[in-house]
Design a protein around this ligand. Structure first.
Ligand SMILES: Cc1cc2nc3c(=O)[nH]c(=O)nc-3n(C[C@H](O)[C@H](O)[C@H](O)COP(=O)(O)OP(=O)(O)OC[C@H]3O[C@@H](n4cnc5c(N)ncnc54)[C@H](O)[C@@H]3O)c2cc1C
Length: 305
């Protein structure tokens, strides 16, 4: 991998560092080292990186803000971090008198984008306030809250692969509950979203109520990765876990949150093995007691075989 990093570092606008600990790059604060941490600073640099990895047949993963990830303790392969592809939002067009198209880089923080929309008297993203995501990660996960998800606002995506970048209509992508069918090896590098003219006062009021609810219901003071399981058709995963008496269950330093049972919190120094053990215990107990199979919402990154 040092050889690969040497080659990648020759590309203008790319930084590649071998053996970088992943824990600081995840909201869980868990995970071993990745073999190469690749940071492109421009889109052309990213395109060159992808072409080189493709020619050498090197598999890689894409990192947004790391807020929905559990990274294996024993480390993973190369990671491309998009935090510098965060071009500032611009109004790229108008659909009608009150609907604007805003374009931004995928590495931008969703919360920074929401702040920008407020400054520009645009409305539409307020229900998503408080989701710790990059714009690209939010799109890939089809993140949502308070009745909306990203597919309600995304108009077009900039997809980048080894062959270059192209804009794709959101209607061509299959957005489902907390997932999309964006092809593996394709990165979301930009997005155009639809927003309406709004009132700052009303937007602030909405954001205050959304944030108040988050602070009341989520264990924000402890490292976590958001909801661990997708809600099954039968109801919220958190309620099922709570009804089965698993709130507060602890393995090592990983604990089922006492505040919100669909969150696992890192009490300090938890390992991915401890979190995985807890996930397995929860799944088995829920299956035995209710017959329901809980599926993880978080993405679990292990070294590929
Ligand atoms: C406290 C807390 C609260 C949360 N609340 C919510 C909530 O209310 N609603 C909700 O939906 N989620 C919530 N989450 C989960 C998380 O914030 C979302 O899933 C978010 O969309 C993840 O974005 P990210 O940039 O951190 O992606 P990451 O965690 O870095 O990556 C997630 C997946 O997306 C892929 N990916 C990321 N960026 C790209 C890209 N540009 N191109 C291609 N693939 C990419 C990654 O490879 C990975 O598979 C919460 C998390 C926390 C910690």
């Amino acid at each position: 991998m040092t050889l690969l990093c040497d080659e990648l570092n020759k590309i203008r606008g790319v930084e590649c560092v071998p053996e970088v600990a992943m824990a600081p790059y995840t909201s869980f604060r868990i995970g071993g080292a990745c073999k190469a941490f690749i940071r492109p600073f421009t889109l052309p640099a990213l395109e060159e990186v992808l072409a080189l990895l493709d020619v050498q047949d090197v598999p890689f993963r894409v990192l947004g803000r790391g807020s929905n990830l559990l990274v294996d303790d024993s480390g993973i392969g190369p990671v491309i971090c998009l935090d510098h592809l965060d071009s500032r939002p611009v109004i790229a067009g108008k659909q009608d008198d009150s609907t604007f198209i805003v374009q931004a880089g995928a590495g931008m923080r969703l919360q920074a984008l929401i702040a920008w929309t407020l400054k520009n008297s645009l409305t539409g993203l307020e229900p998503l306030a408080g989701i710790p995501a990059s714009l690209g990660g939010a799109i890939c996960m089809n993140a949502g809250a308070n009745g909306i998800s990203m597919n309600d606002v995304v108009d077009e995506l900039l997809l980048t692969g080894p062959g270059g970048s192209s804009w794709v209509a959101a209607s061509e992508i299959d957005f489902s509950y907390r997932s999309t069918n964006i092809p593996e090896g394709c990165l979301v590098t930009g997005a155009r979203i639809r927003l309406r003219k709004g009132s700052l006062k009303r937007s602030l009021k909405k954001i205050r109520s959304v944030m108040k609810k988050r602070c009341r219901t989520q264990p924000l003071g402890k490292a976590n990765a958001g909801c661990v399981f997708k809600n099954p058709d039968e109801g919220p995963a958190g309620s099922l876990i709570e009804q089965c008496g698993l709130k507060g269950l602890t393995v090592g330093k990983a604990q089922v949150s006492r505040l919100h049972a669909n969150f696992i919190v890192n009490l300090g120094g938890a390992t991915s093995t401890q979190v995985m053990d807890l996930i397995t215990i929860i799944q088995e107990k829920i299956k035995t007691e209710t017959g329901i199979e809980l599926r993880p919402e978080i993405h679990i990154w292990k070294e590929r075989a």
